[in-house]
Design a protein around this ligand. Structure first.
Ligand code: CDP
Length: 239
C-alpha cells in the first residue's frame, strides 16, 4: 500500500499506528550461519538483515597490511529481491558504498583492532528485505555478529534513526517516513561510553529538534541493547 505525505502523522499516530516514540518490533538471532566466524539476523519491522563475519584473517591484497592493527572491511549489499525500488544494475551502487564506508568507521572505533595487527576482519551486511533504516539495522546486527565471532569490542552498539514529520520528531523511521518525511537522522551509539559513533543528517533541523532526536535514540538504544544481549545469551545456551 502506498502512503502519501499527509498520511505520515495523523492525530499523533504514524501510518503504522505507532506514536512518535515507538519502535517497530525488533528481534535478533545470533549464530545463524554455521560457517561464518560470527553471524546475526535482525528482523526490525519489515527489515530483514543478515550479517556474516569472517576473520581476523590474512590481509588481501597484502600491500594493505597494517602492522599495528587489523583492517576492518564492511560490505553493505541489498539483495535484488529486498523490495528496494532501484535495482537497475547489479553490484554496489554509490549508496551501498557510502553505507559500507560509514559502517567501517563505526567498527574501526569499536573493535580492539590493535589486538590483531596484520589481519583483516570482514563484515558482510546483506539486506534481505528493506523498509527504511537498513543502515542502522545492519550496524546493530553486525555488532551482535562480532560478539558472536568472539572478536573483542569496546561495546555492543546500536543504530537508530530519528526523523521529522510536520516538525514532530519521530524515532525509528519506516520507509515512507524516511522517503517522504522532512529529515532523516541515522545515529549509532555506544551506551557504555555515552558516545555517538555515527551521525548523519539531512534537511534542516533546529538544535532543539536534534537534541530531542538524540534523547529518543538513546532511549531506543537501551531497548535494543537488551534484545541484543538476550540473543547472545540464547545462542550460548544452545552451544
Ligand atoms: O535504509 P536506510 O534508511 O539506511 O537508507 P536510505 O538510503 O535512507 O533508504 C531508506 C529506504 O528507502 C530503504 O530502507 C529502502 O526501503 C528504500 N530504498 C529503496 O527503495 N531503493 C533504494 N535504492 C534505496 C532505498
Amino acid at each position: 500500500m502506498k502512503i502519501t505525505k499527509d498520511q505520515l502523522l495523523v492525530n499523533g499516530k504514524r501510518n503504522d499506528g505507532r506514536s512518535p516514540d515507538d519502535l517497530r518490533s525488533f528481534k535478533v538471532t545470533a549464530g545463524v550461519l554455521k560457517k561464518a566466524k560470527g553471524s546475526a539476523m535482525v528482523e526490525w519491522g519489515k527489515n530483514k538483515v543478515l550479517v556474516g563475519i569472517y576473520g581476523p584473517g590474512e590481509v588481501f591484497p597484502k600491500h594493505l597490511t597494517n602492522y599495528t592493527k587489523a583492517l576492518v572491511n564492511v560490505r553493505y549489499s541489498m539483495a535484488p529481491f529486498c523490495g528496494a525500488e532501484e535495482h537497475g544494475r547489479s553490484g554496489p551502487n554509490r549508496r551501498a558504498i557510502e553505507i559500507g564506508k560509514v559502517a567501517k568507521h563505526v567498527f574501526e572505533n569499536i573493535i580492539l583492532t590493535r589486538d590483531f595487527p596484520r589481519t583483516q576482519i570482514d563484515i558482510y551486511i546483506e539486506i534481505l528485505q528493506s523498509d527504511g533504516g537498513t543502515r542502522v539495522a545492519g550496524i546493530t546486527a553486525a555488532s551482535v555478529a562480532l560478539a558472536d565471532a568472539g572478536i573483542p569490542c569496546k561495546d555492543l552498539v546500536q543504530g537508530v534513526s530519528a526523523g521529522k514529520v510536520n516538525d514532530t520528531v519521530l524515532v525509528d523511521l519506516d520507509k515512507w517516513e524516511d522517503n517522504l518525511g522532512e529529515g532523516d537522522c541515522p545515529v549509532v551509539v555506544s551506551l557504555r561510553s555515552n558516545e555517538i559513533l555515527l551521525f548523519q543528517l539531512d534537511e534542516v533541523w533546529t538544535k532543539q529538534q536534534v537534541l530531542q532526536g538524540f534523547e529518543k535514540i538513546f532511549n531506543a538504544a537501551k531497548v535494543l541493547r537488551q534484545v541484543q544481549e538476550e540473543s547472545l545469551k540464547e545462542n550460548y545456551k544452545e552451544g
